[in-house]
Ligand binder design. Sequence first.
Ligand code: OGA
Ligand code: NI
Length: 347
Amino acid sequence: MEVVGAPIRVQSIAEKDLKLEVPPQYIQPPENRPSKPSNGNATDHKIPMINLGGDRDVNLLCKEIGSACSEWGAFHVINHGVSTTLLDQIRKVGSSFFEDFPMTEKLRYACDSTSPASEGYGSRMLVASDDAVLDWRDYFDHHTFPLSRRHPSRWPHFPPNYREVIGEYSDNMKVLALKLLGLISTSLGLSSSFIEESMGEVYQNITVSYYPSCPQPELTLGLQSHSDMGFITLLIQENVAGLQVSKNDGWVTVDPVSHAIFVILGDQTEIITNGVYKSAVHRAITNGEKARLSVATFHDPAKTVSVSPAPGLQPPPKYHEVVYGDYVQSWYTKGPNGKRNIDALLI
Ligand code: OGA
Ligand code: NI
């Protein structure tokens, strides 16, 4: 949790400290540093790119989705139905918030640093203890669904179209997430609404992450290794790479593909599919020259919903049933710590 005192944002450290050294709290232990040589031949692998265009044969599409979900737990989608203008607009308003306005203005939207997952402008998400290594990242988290959680007055009023763009983007991402969960269900021989119905009301958060350029990219991480907790995350980035997905003990960099959307399966999808599909372990590295922006849209169940393996999917069940709120709580208590939180549920 953020310590009391003046709120710290990485961007202000990056702008002030021109001495080429990051403060010690941001230095990763050697085993987590991006410079560590990777064991696998991860670079030989290519992250799947799936065309969702309307004229595709559904069986073929589901087959592609099935292999991407079992081999990677992550894939790009193109012809996804979301307008490229909207993708460009959200990247633009996101960058503008971080880069074009003074810190004092931005801090008017500071999140409540004493409560996890609080909406607003922050820097330390999921910091379990005061001695944890910190991520080289600032972010703005927006609560967007259900609509009862959506309060645009809590989002930046600059640049002027910021709130409108977030609202429109949120609506579009929800439609795409449900479409993908339908295809994922179908690809497993479940009814297309199986995952959607198990999830119940969709809780959606949009996190715009800003990774300032870092004087020591070899020692730091923008975001430590983790898997996402909910069902499905849809992510777009600007044209600066940094996101990496774990594969065969190595890390594969997710190349920015300008109008593609990157899909990341979360832990609840792994549970409900009884491990047939995997949640993707991923992290963000930093860049020595350029700042990087990403927009991640998370789709989760309500905290009271229980998730368990779908009956009949490669029995016996491999995961214990879990109340989503308890799952989130254990994440916040222990911190991601590079481990797969989900492994605690293995039977
Ligand atoms: C996340 C995440 C990666 C990125 O916010 O959960 O994995 O590239 N972000 O910002
Ligand atoms: Ni993530």
